[in-house]
Design a protein around this ligand. Structure first.
Ligand code: PLP
Length: 228
């Protein structure tokens, strides 16, 4: 018998709670249900079951679902690669997790200025060798400095997509992101407040939480396999 979405969501929440307790008092974790390629009806089911945060990878898909589900109390997250010409679909609609270059930051600033909104983002860090997206740790300080010239945009944390591996192979990447955040906190920067670490997916969210994740991005463990 297959589990319902509400049952899968409940089990993910239990595992998050247990991992959060292992991390210690005061830890808080936001569960982002990654609904890419899932139908709007699945998101409605998840919302009924208490899910509030949703993650999408494709800019138009986020825009369309945001519009169709506008009546529901949901928070949206963009976790895919951003092309500059797609920024218009995202600004004002979601937290963008994947800012990894100056021209993208400038495009978001320009759009936010034009719409008269403030936009929160995360900076995506590349800790692996074979990953395409993301910024090398050594280049992160320079991008964070540039937020001083982007008054409509605020950096609220860091995000990573580690190379594929077992949870224990992935753990050092999560540790490195936590350490990077800690070292960056030594400098104060305008429009930068690194509260969040977005890390961990269905296969490894518990390890990510043990290592300090404040946002986990969980797709298949909640919604089941993605339609192709
Ligand atoms: C698809 C995706 C996820 C969710 O993956 P699951 O393995 O289904 O949990 C998380 N983060 C990013 C960046 C993704 O693209």
């Amino acid at each position: 018998l297959s589990e319902t979405l509400a049952q899968r969501l409940a089990r993910v929440r239990e595992r998050i709670d247990a991992a959060t307790k292992r991390r210690g008092p005061g830890a808080e974790v936001t569960l982002i249900g990654v609904s890419k390629r899932q139908p709007v009806a699945a998101i409605e089911d998840a919302q009924q079951a208490g899910l509030v945060d949703l993650g999408e990878n494709y800019a138009q898909e986020l825009r369309d679902k945001h519009t169709q589900l506008g009546g529901l109390d949901l928070r949206w997250h963009f976790i895919g690669a951003v092309q500059r010409n797609k920024v218009k679909h995202l600004v004002g609609r979601c937290l963008v997790h994947t800012v990894d270059r100056l021209p993208l930051l400038e495009a978001i600033q320009a759009r936010a200025e034009r719409e008269g909104v403030d936009q929160e983002v995360l900076v995506e860090v590349n800790l692996g060798e074979e990953q395409k997206a993301g910024l090398a740790p050594s280049a992160v300080p320079t991008l964070l400095d540039a937020f001083a010239d982007a008054p409509r945009v605020r950096c609220v944390g860091l995000m990573v997509i580690p190379p594929v591996g077992s949870p224990e192979q992935t753990r050092p990447h999560f540790q490195r992101l936590r350490q990077l955040r800690k070292s960056l906190l030594a400098d104060t920067r305008a429009n930068v407040d690194l509260q969040h670490l977005s890390m961990g997916m269905s296969a490894d969210f518990e390890v990510a939480i043990e290592e300090g994740a404040t946002m986990v991005r969980v797709g298949t463990a909640i919604f089941g396999p993605r339609p192709t």
